[in-house]
Design a protein around this ligand. Structure first.
Ligand code: NAD
Ligand code: FE2
Length: 389
């Protein structure tokens, strides 16, 4: 556990079913008046009328909106730059709003700072490289996964390097977050599974991170408790508002935990799977999770045991080893219950790719450094190999 840590978070969080309808009124919370908003969203969100409702409410307040739909899922750095150059910059918004999954939330974060800083995104890859704060940013998640709405991170894909990379800066934190679980009721099953597992992994990796601290522990534990009790229910019964509420809060807590402590080897090994084989973020993480935790087990038995007790899957007289193993078994049960793929071959990966995957993962030093056990290239390769049965 780290003895010195720093935690900073967003300014305003508005939460509750239907809270998106208050967005226009809540603009008063921003630190300056806004008149032109770029709204970054995904076509599927537009389909159910959500975007039209928000645009109409903003118009009533004399706020002009440009709806931007061209950010791709898990965007490349070029995609973010192109959308910025062709759509955002010419519109010159004085605030950026995003309603959607982590992909568009992350792009919106970058647009907000790109409007006030002239450097290309490539110069920001890494930590604390953005000089000026951006325009006010409002984030409304529609997946319960990334926790991006409360993290200072934005992830972009670098196709040339076949990798995904984080841009981390306090200037990426939004001023206003709206958490409305009704937006997540129609999330399809595979997206519920992959994003829900991603959220749980943020919490678990923060809990076992070398940078874990009292703030991250509190959010991580509550995140795992909420997600552990509701993930399978949200998957099987998508229209359960209580389950969706718990997932949305659990994923926000996961984002707060990772802000305070950072994710580790699961995320580091997932990035090349996204960069080289386009495996979606949550799926790549979920596939790796049980194997990375088995690798870590001897270094974190006590911590995993505490998680097992919090999830109510261990008996009070279980040894730490027995409780931790029950948690690992539960993680494997989830991957089966949520129909998470188990075989990298179905994504085109073979033994021939192991060297390149491991070399790429080894570059993700920012996250590997948080892992409770160091990983050699051979360790990384043997974890990937377990996904090639
Ligand atoms: N910033 C962070 O802290 C952070 C943390 C983890 C992951 N990420 C990044 O976030 C991205 C992944 O985000 P994600 O997992 O939320 O997925 P996503 O944004 O890529 O969305 C996945 C799919 O779900 C659809 N979708 C979104 N909301 C929906 C809804 N309510 N109903 C129906 N369909 C809906 C989207 O259109 C898309 O097709 C990756 O690029 C990942 O690297 C960022
Ligand atoms: Fe993640």
């Amino acid at each position: 556990m780290s003895s010195i840590y720093h935690f900073q978070t967003v300014k305003h969080i508005v939460h509750g079913p239907g809270s998106l309808d208050q967005l226009a009124d809540k603009l008063a919370l921003l630190d300056r008046p806004v008149r032109r908003i770029a709204l970054i969203t995904q076509p599927v969100i537009e389909k159910n009328g959500v975007v039209a409702r928000v645009v109409a409410a903003l118009e009533k307040k004399d706020v002009q909106t440009l709806v931007v739909r061209d950010v791709q899922p898990e965007p490349t750095i070029e995609n973010v730059e192109t959308v910025f150059r062709d759509q955002i910059a010419p519109f010159a918004p004085d605030a950026v709003l995003s309603i959607g999954g982590g992909s568009v939330l992350d792009a919106a974060k970058l647009f907000a700072v790109r409007l006030t800083n002239s450097q290309p995104l490539r110069e920001w890859l890494g930590v604390d490289l953005i000089a000026q704060p951006g325009v006010p940013l409002i984030l409304v998640p529609t997946t319960s996964g990334t926790g991006s709405e409360v993290t200072p991170n934005a992830i972009v894909t670098l196709p040339d390097e076949e990798l995904k990379v984080g841009i981390v800066s306090r200037h990426l934190l939004p001023q206003l977050v709206i958490l409305d679980a009704t937006l997540t009721l129609d999330l399809p099953k595979p997206i519920t599974a992959a994003t829900g597992m991603d959220a749980f992994i943020h919490a678990l990796e923060s809990y076992i991170s070398t940078k874990a601290n009292p703030v991250s522990d509190m959010f991580a534990m509550e995140s795992m408790r909420l997600i552990g009790a509701n993930l399978v229910e949200a998957y099987n019964n998508g229209h359960s508002l209580p389950a969706r509420e718990a997932m949305l809060i659990g994923s926000m807590y996961g984002g707060l935990a990772l802000t305070a402590a950072g994710t580790a080897a699961v995320h580091a090994l997932a990035y090349p799977l996204g960069g080289m084989f386009n495996i979606t973020h949550g799926v790549a993480n979920s596939m790796l999770l049980p194997h990375v935790m088995e690798f870590n087990l001897d270094a974190i038995v006590g911590r995993l045991a505490r998680v097992a007790h919090a999830l109510d899957i261990a008996r009070h007289d279980d040894s730490d080893q027995a409780a931790a193993e029950k948690l690992l078994a539960r993680l494997r049960d989830w991957t089966a219950a949520l129909e998470i793929p188990q075989d990298l071959r179905s994504f085109g990966v073979s033994e021939d790719h192991l060297d390149a995957l491991a070399a790429a993962a080894a570059k993700v030093k920012r996250l590997l450094g948080n892992n409770p056990k160091p990983l050699s290239l051979d360790d990384i390769k043997s974890i990937y190999r377990r996904l090639l049965p």
